[in-house]
Unconditional design. Structure first.
Lengths: 285, 345
C-alpha cells in the first residue's frame, strides 16, 4: 500500500528492478574509533545481503557482534566505510533525513519522553516527515495514525498517557508510530527486550502479519534464537564484527555453528513446520 | 484523538492577549503617581470621536513618556526571554534550562558591557553605535551557551545536572568579571543592579524599539518554523533524525535565534531571571507541550509575567523602585528548587 504511493510522488525514481529486491546491502563495512589517530575499537567487515518486500530478516549474534552497527548502517544513521546500502536502488545514506523517514521507520530499544504525551500524539509524530514543517495534522494523518494503532491492536490506548502504560503496550504504540510513517523498510532494534513472553509472541505475530499485508521489508536485531527461527525468512548470523552466514533459518541453525558463535552447548531440532528450535544446555548437563 | 488546529491555537492566544491587555491597563494605572482609568478612558474616547484634538490631562506625560514605553519594553523582553527559555529547554532536553540559570544572560551582559566600553573607541555613526550593544550581547550569549553546552557534556552525551551546574558556575564567574569591570571603569555603563538583576527603567531611543520589535519577530519566527521539529527533538536527537528531522539545521537555527533573543533582552533590560523557566512551565501545564502552541503562548505569557512583575517592582516600595529581576527571582528561585527536587525524586 505504501510503496506505490510513496514512489509515485518522486519523479526521479528509477523503474523498479524486475528482480524485486527492495533492500540491498552491498559489501558494507564500518570502523569505529574513539580517536581518529588510533586503531579502531570496533570494525564491521564487509557484509552483504538482500531482502524483498514482505520479508522478515533477523540479524542474530552475541553481544558486540556488530548487529546494532549493521542496523544503523541500514538506517542511514551511520555512513559506511566502504560499500553501500540501497533501498529501491537509492543509496540510503545520501538521502535527506526527511526522505529517509518517509521510507524507513526505526523502532529503537527505548523511547524516553521529557514531557508527558498521549499515545495518539506520539503516533502522530510518525506523520512528521510527510508534511511541511509548520502545518497542522490533516484528517488523513489522523486516519493513518488511527489505523496504525488499530493494526497493532492498541486502538484503546489512544488517549492514555505514554508514561502510564505497560512496557508491552508502549512497545506497540512505538510500533504504531513507525507504521504511521508508511515506510518501505521497518527496522527494529531488540523490540522484544523487556517484554514478557506473551507480549513477545504478540509483537512478532503482528509484525509477520504487517509485513505480509503491507509488504514491508522488516529487519530485526535480536538475541532470541527461537523467535528468530520462528518468524524470520532470512537470518544474518554475526560474530565479532563479521557476517558468518546469510540464509533461511533451517540452513543457518546448525549445532556446531551456533555453539561456536554463542559459546554455549546447545541442541537444534526441527519442528513439524520445518522451522528449527534451539535448546540451550546448562553447564551441569 | 484531538490534534492541534489553527483555530484552537488562535483561541488560546486570544485568551492570553486579553489577559495581557488587562495587565497593561493595571500597569498604566498603578505607579508612584496613580492614574484614573475612568478619566483616561473618557479622554481617549473624546480624542477618538474628535471632540478634542489631544489628551490634555496632566497624566498624559507620565503615560506616554514613561509608563507606555516601559510596558512595551516589558512585553518585548518578557516574550524574548520566555521564547529563549522554551527553546533551550527543548534543545538541551532539560526542563530546567533558562537563559539566566544557564549563565547565558550574564554572558550577554558581559558582551553588552564590552561593546559599551569599545563604542567610544570605534568610529561609527550614532545609529550603528546604538546597535553595537545588542550585537555585543548576542555574541556574549552565543559564546556562553556554546561553552555551557560543552561543559555539560559527559562521554558525548549532555548530562542534565552537569549542564545546570556548569551554567550556574559560568554565570557566577561572568558576574564576577562584570563587577570587576564596573568597579575599575567608569562612563556610561549603567548601574550594577541593571546588569546583575535586570531593570526596565532605562529610557531608550525610539528607533531602538523598532529594532527590538523587528528583531524579536524575526528570531521568534525562525524558531517557530522548527516548532514541530522541537516536539520530536524532545525524544532525543537520534529518534528525531529517524522521524525526519534535519537535526543539525534545527539545532543551529534555534541556538542562534535563542541566543539572539537573550542578547536582545539583556542589552536593554539586564539579566532578568527565571522568566524563561516559569512561563513555559505554566503554559505547558495549561496548554500541553506541543511547541506549535507552547512557543506563541509562552511569548504572550512572558510578556504578561514581566509587565506584571515590573508593575510590582514599581509599586511595592514606591516612591522607590525594586529591580524587576528581584521580583521574578523571588517567585522563580523557589519554583526552580521545587522542579529540581521533583525531577531528582
Amino acid at each position: 500500500m505504501s510503496s506505490s504511493s510513496a514512489l509515485a510522488r518522486n519523479p526521479n525514481e528509477p523503474a523498479r528492478a524486475s528482480t524485486d529486491v527492495r533492500l540491498s546491502v552491498e559489501q558494507v563495512s564500518y570502523a569505529h574509533s574513539a580517536n581518529p589517530s588510533q586503531a579502531p575499537l570496533f570494525t564491521l567487515e564487509a557484509t552483504s545481503f538482500q531482502a524483498k518486500p514482505g520479508e522478515i530478516v533477523a540479524i542474530l549474534g552475541p553481544n558486540g557482534s556488530g548487529k546494532s552497527t549493521l542496523l544503523k548502517l541500514i538506517s542511514g544513521a551511520l555512513a559506511p566505510l566502504s560499500g553501500r546500502v540501497l533501498l529501491n536502488g537509492f543509496v540510503i545514506h545520501s538521502l535527506t533525513p526527511r526522505t529517509r523517514a518517509q521510507r524507513i521507520a526505526v523502532v529503537q530499544q527505548e523511547s524516553t519522553l521529557l514531557f508527558p504525551a498521549r499515545a495518539w500524539e506520539f503516533v502522530l509524530q510518525g506523520r512528521h516527515a510527510h508534511g511541511r514543517s509548520l502545518r497542522f495534522e490533516s484528517e488523513s494523518d489522523v486516519l493513518i495514525a488511527k489505523n496504525a494503532l488499530a493494526q497493532v491492536g492498541a486502538a484503546e490506548l489512544s488517549d492514555r498517557w505514554m508514561d502510564q502504560i505497560s512496557g508491552g503496550e508502549k512497545q506497540r504504540v512505538i510500533l504504531a508510530r513507525a507504521l504511521a510513517q508508511q515506510p518501505l523498510l521497518l527496522l527494529l532494534d531488540e523490540p522484544t527486550l523487556h517484554l514478557d513472553i506473551a507480549a513477545q509472541i504478540g509483537l512478532l505475530d503482528s509484525l509477520r502479519q504487517l509485513a505480509a499485508a503491507n509488504r514491508y521489508t522488516v529487519v530485526v536485531v535480536t538475541h532470541e534464537l527461537n523467535l528468530a527461527a520462528e518468524y524470520a525468512d532470512q537470518v544474518v548470523l554475526m560474530q565479532r564484527g563479521r557476517c558468518l552466514r546469510v540464509g533461511p533459518p533451517a540452513s543457518i541453525y546448525q549445532r556446531e555453528l551456533l555453539e561456536q558463535v554463542f559459546q554455549t552447548p546447545l541442541t537444534v531440532e526441527f519442528g513439524s513446520n520445518g522451522r528449527p528450535r534451539v535448546n540451550v544446555l546448562s553447564g551441569t548437563q | 484523538m484531538r490534534p492541534l488546529t489553527l483555530r484552537r491555537l488562535l483561541l488560546q492566544c486570544s485568551i492570553l492577549l486579553v489577559i495581557l491587555f488587562g495587565v497593561v491597563v493595571i500597569a498604566i494605572k498603578f505607579g508612584a503617581v496613580p492614574v484614573s482609568l475612568y478619566a483616561l478612558g473618557r479622554d481617549l474616547w473624546n480624542v477618538l470621536v474628535h471632540q478634542r484634538a489631544a489628551i490634555s490631562s496632566d497624566y498624559v506625560l507620565i503615560i506616554q513618556n514613561i509608563r507606555l514605553p516601559r510596558i512595551l519594553l516589558g512585553i518585548i523582553v518578557g516574550a524574548s526571554l520566555s521564547v529563549a527559555g522554551t527553546s533551550f529547554q527543548a534543545l538541551l532536553r532539560n526542563p530546567l534550562a533558562d537563559p539566566y540559570v544557564l549563565g547565558v544572560s550574564s554572558g550577554a551582559g558581559l558582551g553588552a558591557i564590552l561593546a559599551l566600553i569599545a563604542e567610544p573607541h570605534l568610529n561609527v555613526s550614532p545609529t550603528l553605535a546604538a546597535l553595537l550593544t545588542p550585537v555585543g550581547a548576542f555574541l556574549g550569549a552565543a559564546a556562553t551557551i556554546t561553552a555551557v553546552y560543552f561543559l555539560g557534556r559527559r562521554e558525548g552525551q549532555i548530562d542534565g545536572n552537569t549542564l545546570l551546574l556548569g551554567g550556574v558556575i559560568t554565570g557566577s564567574f561572568i558576574s564576577a568579571i562584570i563587577m570587576f569591570l564596573m568597579s575599575t571603569l567608569s562612563g556610561n555603563l549603567r548601574g550594577l543592579s541593571f546588569w546583575l538583576m535586570g531593570e526596565l527603567s532605562t529610557p531608550l531611543q525610539k528607533s531602538i524599539y523598532w529594532f527590538l520589535g523587528i528583531g524579536f519577530l524575526a528570531a521568534a519566527g525562525a524558531i517557530y518554523t522548527t516548532a514541530s521539529d522541537l516536539n520530536l527533538l524532545l525524544a532525543g536527537e537520534k529518534e528525531a533524525m529517524h522521524l525526519g528531522v534535519d537535526v543539525p539545521r534545527v539545532r543551529l537555527v534555534v541556538y542562534v535565534a535563542a541566543s539572539f533573543l537573550t542578547g536582545l533582552a539583556v542589552s536593554v533590560s539586564g539579566a532578568i531571571g527565571y522568566v524563561g523557566l516559569i512561563v513555559p512551565h505554566v503554559m505547558r501545564l495549561i496548554f500541553g507541550s506541543d511547541h506549535r502552541t507552547l512557543l506563541p503562548t509562552a511569548a504572550i505569557g512572558g510578556a504578561i509575567a514581566v509587565v506584571f512583575a515590573d508593575t510590582l517592582a514599581r509599586t511595592v516600595v514606591a516612591p522607590s523602585e525594586l529591580a524587576v529581576g528581584a521580583v521574578t527571582a523571588v517567585v522563580g528561585a523557589p519554583l526552580f528548587i521545587y522542579l529540581l527536587r521533583r525531577r531528582l525524586a
